[in-house]
Design a protein around this ligand. Sequence first.
Ligand SMILES: NC(=O)c1ccc[n+]([C@@H]2O[C@H](COP(=O)([O-])OP(=O)(O)OC[C@H]3O[C@@H](n4cnc5c(N)ncnc54)[C@H](O)[C@@H]3O)[C@@H](O)[C@H]2O)c1
Ligand SMILES: [Zn+2]
Ligand SMILES: [Zn+2]
Length: 377
Amino acid sequence: MRAVVYDKPFSVTIREVEKPKILHPDDVIVKVTTTCICGSDLHMYEGRTGAQAGIVFGHENMGIVDEVGEGVTLLKKGDRVVMPFNVACGRCLNCEEGKSAFCTHVNPGFAGGAYGYVSMGPYPGGQAEFIRVPFADFNALKLPPGTEHEEDFALLADIFPTGWHGVQLSGFKPGESIVVFGAGPVGLMAAYSAIIRGASEVYVVDRVPERLQKAKEIGCTPIDFSQSDAVDQILKLRDGREVDRGVDAVGYQATSGNGKTEQPNIVLESLIRVVKPTGGLGIPGLYVPNDPGAPDSAAAKGYISFPFGKLFEKGLSIGTGQCNVKSYNRYLRDLIIAGKAKPSFVVSHNLSLDEAPDAYDKFDRRVDGYTKVLLHP
Ligand SMILES: NC(=O)c1ccc[n+]([C@@H]2O[C@H](COP(=O)([O-])OP(=O)(O)OC[C@H]3O[C@@H](n4cnc5c(N)ncnc54)[C@H](O)[C@@H]3O)[C@@H](O)[C@H]2O)c1
Ligand SMILES: [Zn+2]
Ligand SMILES: [Zn+2]
């Protein structure tokens, strides 16, 4: 079958790879109908992780069940499913407690597994014609048959739940104000979740015009940090009042206002400044313990300096980590079915698998409106 394979920094190619087989009775094989490119893939694409050549990318996958292991009870051939990016066993302590992003069973020595991602276990990605789904009863969410809402449902694999999770981690309550740093797909989903959940004010910070425009279209106040300091702008708009909650949907490759100079602590520092005393910070943006391309030797080991003293003084709480997609995906699916959520407003491109190398290049450079790319193998 054909798949998107990582070669070296800034290069992926479409290659023939072996079609996955059932390896365990709990597996299913899914014929992929939609698979998305994620900002998380870009960290690997840019050579900013330990990803080795040969890895098949793709952790945001949906499709039709094609083969069913004999231990699977809830799924049958022909079912339409979307898989959380997390691979989880459903049986360990963390899984039982709903922390499926921190499964201790599927990736020994590491809490958490995922498809097509460095360090996340032996699970090839779904930017391919087929994907093997382990512990399939636990890891596949059933969808209504047909093709309706395909773009919306595809976003249940990662970014819609992850954006929602970012808001959740911040301790947000209806009626509060919130700022989201980053208007990439995750940031836009966090902002959209905050709106669905009844935020009084949502500020969205980025420097990419098309992304800020999308934030504006859903009712947020866009803040362009290439113009001047984002926190100063927000405080000015609010007569000096801080916001209740903040979300970091940028992560360790954050830049200063010029968009070029990396400054891994800039978003954390800004959040501590702009969130009110006793407020909360949700940090779904990715930080890594090893960064081969870090701007300094501390950041290379995942040491990010930020004003902990100010955080303490303000009594802020912080929540971070990968999203436990399974905690949210069925409810978000039902919001989509009920017509109460339409996350696909972030989708900018629907392409074939063959167009993936060019899409990676453009999405990576955040040009031509490349915000969220869906591939249809
Ligand atoms: N926790 C999870 O489970 C999870 C899941 C998916 C993605 N992620 C992570 O979330 C982050 C965002 O993902 P994405 O797909 O939206 O990525 P993306 O790269 O498309 O978006 C990041 C955005 O941040 C903006 N940005 C850079 N520096 C900034 C700054 N100082 N202030 C404000 N904005 C700034 C960029 O212009 C860009 O638009 C990534 O780090 C990704 O790895 C985490
Ligand atoms: Zn993703
Ligand atoms: Zn588990």
